[in-house]
Design a protein around this ligand. Sequence first.
Ligand code: ADP
Ligand code: MG
Length: 518
Amino acid sequence: MTKMNSTTTIEQLNQPGQPEWEIVIGLEIHAQIASNAKLFSGSAVGGSNAPNSRVSFLDAGMPGILPVVNSKCIDAAIKTGLGLHGTINKLSIFDRKNYFYPDLPSGYQISQFFHPIVSGGYVECADDDSAPAPDHDSDPDNNTVKRFGITRIHLEQDAGKCIHDVDPQKSYVDLNRSGVALMEIVTEPDMRSVPQAVSVAKKIHTLVRYLGVCDGNMELGNFRIDANISVHKPGTPFGTRVEIKNLNSFRFMQAALSYEIERQIMVVESGGSVVQETRLFDSNIGVTSTMREKEDASDYRYFPDPDLRPIILSQDRIQAIKDSMPELPDDRKARLIDKCFLNEYDADIISCDRQIGEFYDAVMLFDGFKDRKAAYKAVANWIIGDLFAAIKDEGISFSEVKLLPLTLAKLVALIQDGTISVTAGKKVFAKLLDGGVADPAEIVESVGLRQISDESEIRAVVLQVINDYHNAAAAYRAGKISTFGFFVGHVMKRFSGRANPDVVNKVLRAELEASPQN
Ligand code: ADP
Ligand code: MG
């Protein structure tokens, strides 16, 4: 058997002369809804982490306590459904999913099985991958994006947590998480490569953060991915799928899927068959291993929860939520490309985080740019280049940046109107980041960075330099034009770098080319 490692590629596994293996991936994403209270009880979602400090009788599974739906959580699912272009079902129903687990004291989880709140929808991802598009890509003529189907979104309760590693003799149960609202976003088995699957997961991650329905914190498990994967030969039915559970970083997702593809191909090629099961990825050794054989839906004995009424949604409520939604990441990106003339790369970076996108838009509200069209690109460069570098250096997050959008706008305007050079602009920028003085013009004056553009002032120095280095000037005039840079350097030095380089070039060239003065 070939030895597998994380750098083996599917191309290496495919045998010459044989049809290639095709990969099929579908995702189930659990996004914890950013709400103050749990899905069916008033217990707090955040706050104290002392075990069992945020547990109501309902969360503890006490009999006779009735669940009450948190309507904020319903709104969050509607928003997400709209953001994913899905159909919001005006009638949806909570079902009980029955199973035993020590951290599930009621013996069932309230979920939505037969009638989820959202059906259908899609995500679009840039087509930067050689893998084929899904079979039903509804816009096959648009070859810059591929479309991946969303099957459904349903609401459900999270379970508590078992703690096994504190005492060798005992296990503990912490119910703080019990009953916290989750959205499960299920995709169609539409992805045909690992990069496609990672792009789709990232797209959904960006969207839920944009909408403010989930904080997206993957380390805390607030956004976790179950990836289903199978392999088959083209023209044959899909292979048996394996589910890899609880992937909590995109890097692990990539590694786990790559490993699993190789494992499945190897199993099938050596005459075995893939078992339908749930596997866990151990990020320390880069390997998936069996967690449990997968139950079928019928094992859970789903039935409508008799304690909860169906959720009935009016068109008015759906419309009101639609009206309250921010511009979506894809729409912002398209606008940045169409209206602000940004390239794909810049538009992607600025639109993939709502705060950054709003910061950019706020800078562009400034109406004092001399050249607005150039400002679109210049502002993007300042954000993606200097601002991101500063954030990285300081180890802070974008929300901790003190620089105000208007301040950055004024800085760009000062460069555009020639008051300061780009180099001086970088110095001003560094001072602006420190906080304190908010007006770049004040810094320009106090540090003496104003650029000198006055031609006669510059000509006086140019003439001095030509006079001091008359041999070099003679050489230039005799055709050794490579000495031009030498003169520029000397003129700039005498101005301590503050002369406007365009004016220096112009005056210097004119004076060197004029007939020598005696
Ligand atoms: P369950 O709820 O039991 O996990 P579902 O039918 O709801 O099963 O499917 C769960 C996920 O598995 C979906 O994301 C779907 O896209 C994906 N999936 C289904 N069939 C396959 C397959 N053959 N290969 C890869 N993924 C698949
Ligand atoms: Mg599942």
